[in-house]
Design a protein around this ligand. Structure first.
Ligand SMILES: [Zn+2]
Ligand SMILES: [Zn+2]
Ligand SMILES: [Zn+2]
Length: 205
């Protein structure tokens, strides 16, 4: 079996199905996708049952691997990395990489991932409570309720670009019927504009 895999690998074929590869790495894109789904599903199922994703033995706490698999994994990774470094291979994927520890493709992927995370963080950081208040005021204006003022925004949480507010306190002292309709609409909506979720609106008169 190992021999067949090696033969396929050396001939640029998918080591799983033996067909011509259409991507870098050792599997063709179809096999790679299928194997990743299987691996992920197996891991999730094992983790749910507190079992090691590799050997099935019981794990401690929230760990995905049992202590002995984790130790083996670390040792193997260290050996593999040392081998790759010594042979001008990318530490990440094992493809040729002469001048760098990581090959161009892995460097590009790392860079893209880092930028994605940075963008996500910046997007979340951008919104202060004042800015959230402005978005809500804008929404009220659109709902034809410009006389509603915001007293307090409580419990702001920002997760994955979504903003969750546990309670919004508004003042409607000077308001007419239309403003009450607008607040009623806002109360019925689970999601207000720009991904803001409000679990409760308190009205002060
Ligand atoms: Zn394949
Ligand atoms: Zn294990
Ligand atoms: Zn690489």
């Amino acid at each position: 079996m190992q021999k067949l895999r090696l033969q396929r690998k050396n001939n640029g074929l998918c080591v799983y199905c033996g067909k011509l590869k259409d991507r870098e790495g050792i599997y063709c894109s179809i096999c790679n996708k299928a194997l990743n789904i299987l691996k992920k599903q197996y891991s999730i199922n094992s983790h749910k049952d507190n079992k090691c994703s590799n050997c099935g033995k019981l794990t401690i706490g929230e760990a995905w691997f049992c202590p002995s698999c984790l130790e083996n994994y670390k040792i193997n990774a260290r050996i593999r990395n040392a081998f790759r470094r010594a042979n001008n291979l990318c530490v990440q994927c094992g493809n040729d990489s002469v001048d760098f520890i990581y090959c161009q493709r892995c460097r590009d992927m790392t860079k893209a991932r880092r930028n994605q995370n940075k963008n996500r963080k910046e997007k979340i950081k951008m919104l202060s409570s004042k800015e959230i208040e402005n978005i809500l005021l804008e929404q009220l204006k659109q709902l034809q309720a410009p006389l509603v003022t915001i007293n307090k925004i409580k419990g702001i949480k920002q997760i994955d670009g979504k903003i969750i507010i546990s309670s919004l306190r508004v003042n409607m002292g000077k308001c007419t019927g239309n403003e009450f309709e607008a607040i009623k609409t806002m109360r019925q909506q689970v999601e207000i504009m720009n991904g803001i979720l409000i679990s409760g609106i308190i009205v002060d008169l």
